[in-house]
Design a protein around this ligand. Sequence first.
Ligand SMILES: Nc1ncnc2c1ncn2[C@@H]1O[C@H](COP(=O)(O)OP(=O)(O)OP(=O)(O)O)[C@@H](O)[C@H]1O
Ligand SMILES: [Mg+2]
Length: 145
Amino acid sequence: MNAPPIIRTRSLAKTYLIGHVRVAALDDVSLSVDEGRFVAVTGASGSGKSTLLNLLGGLDTPSSGTIEVAGAVVSAMDREALARYRRHQAGMIFQSFNLIASRTALENVELPLVFSNVDKKERKRRAAELLEKVGLAHRANHRPS
Ligand SMILES: Nc1ncnc2c1ncn2[C@@H]1O[C@H](COP(=O)(O)OP(=O)(O)OP(=O)(O)O)[C@@H](O)[C@H]1O
Ligand SMILES: [Mg+2]
């Protein structure tokens, strides 16, 4: 039997209300993505790409429809569950970096592990290892600017 898809949406819709104008950013989006696949979402500006990614990443909630990721129903999660989902399962690389200006590179990388209650020594070790991996070890103690 085939493994179930890692991501599945059914009839996903997101409507924004601007004043009293309704903007259908997503309308009836049903898709599935198998584990290990790389998928690019392409389309004209304003076609709903960011809206879709925000929903898949647990940053926003749909107006209707369902989202399942790795067997969990993301669209039914409350704020607390979404926070845990973002911390442990969803990774997002933003167009703007969203780094914290007052923290060093090492501290920025370390931050999610602080919220996960990983002990300090282990946090530093893992953050340093990741910076090393992307060729930024020599900038570990520099701030983003
Ligand atoms: N927070 C919001 N409030 C109101 N309308 C929004 C909001 N976010 C997006 N929209 C509208 O929803 C539609 C889809 O926008 P979205 O940002 O998802 O498109 P996009 O495909 O990511 O575009 P781009 O290629 O420019 O990044 C657009 O009409 C946009 O104006
Ligand atoms: Mg966008």
